[in-house]
Write a protein that binds this ligand. Structure first.
Ligand SMILES: [Zn+2]
Length: 218
């Protein structure tokens, strides 16, 4: 096969105009290989570009909701694209605080979420995090040292709270203790039996104490 002589944007791929870069992951394929990159396109992509506060805000919300930078900037993701790559890069260069807030989010999202379901996504500006993102974010916060049932209980309650809008994804770590206390009441631990005012059944309001038919102290 002949090597390409022009890039997708019509620049001549001469040795002076190309550089070799390592390509890591492409859609559908995994691995690394070397590819030529058109320098004219690269300079184009590095060009500063003006942006609006609204666009940047949409990008921040998207990052918090679990989208990758590509999903928010690339023409390949028209459903989730809220800002051009140049614009976001320029904004991040202008505002180091913004950059240091977004980079870890994008790093997390790349790992958890590069297979996010596109059809779930709502139009620009309104993001609903996918249940996958919610679950992974919650699991990251709940300690491993708990018993299986206790951990599942806490994770379930937290995921439910996020989906109902009672719990923000950004507050998982801060508000974890609330949910941990709730689960302590449901399950006996090595320190204490279940609390008698814990709900007897998951979806019932009657407290455990009302289900006791036999005296505890006889
Ligand atoms: Zn080019």
């Amino acid at each position: 096969m002949m090597a390409r002589t022009i890039c997708a944007n019509g620049h001549l791929l001469t040795p002076e105009n190309t550089t070799i870069k390592v390509v890591r992951i492409r859609h559908g394929k995994r691995g690394r290989w070397l590819a030529r990159q058109c320098l004219a396109c690269r300079y184009q992509s590095m060009k500063k570009s003006s942006y609006t506060a609204e666009d940047v805000k949409a990008a921040i919300q998207g990052a918090q909701a679990g989208f990758t930078m590509a999903q928010l900037t690339s023409y390949r993701h028209p459903n989730t694209r809220v800002i051009r790559q140049n614009q976001l890069m320029t904004a991040m260069q202008d505002k180091p605080k913004l950059a240091s807030a977004l980079r870890p989010l994008f790093a997390r999202n790349r790992i958890t979420n590069h297979k996010i379901q596109m059809q779930r996504l709502s139009p620009r500006g309104i993001f609903a995090p996918s249940s996958d993102v919610i679950l992974r974010s919650v699991e990251a916060v709940v300690p491993q040292g708990l018993t299986y049932h206790q951990r599942q209980e806490i994770i379930g309650e937290m995921v439910f709270a996020v989906m109902e809008g009672r719990l923000d994804l950004n507050d998982l770590r801060i508000r974890y203790p609330e949910f941990a206390r709730g689960a302590d009441r449901m399950f006996p631990t090595k320190y204490a039996p279940p609390s008698l005012d814990a709900p007897a059944f998951r979806d019932g309001a009657s407290p455990l104490i009302e289900t006791i038919t036999r005296g505890l102290w006889t």
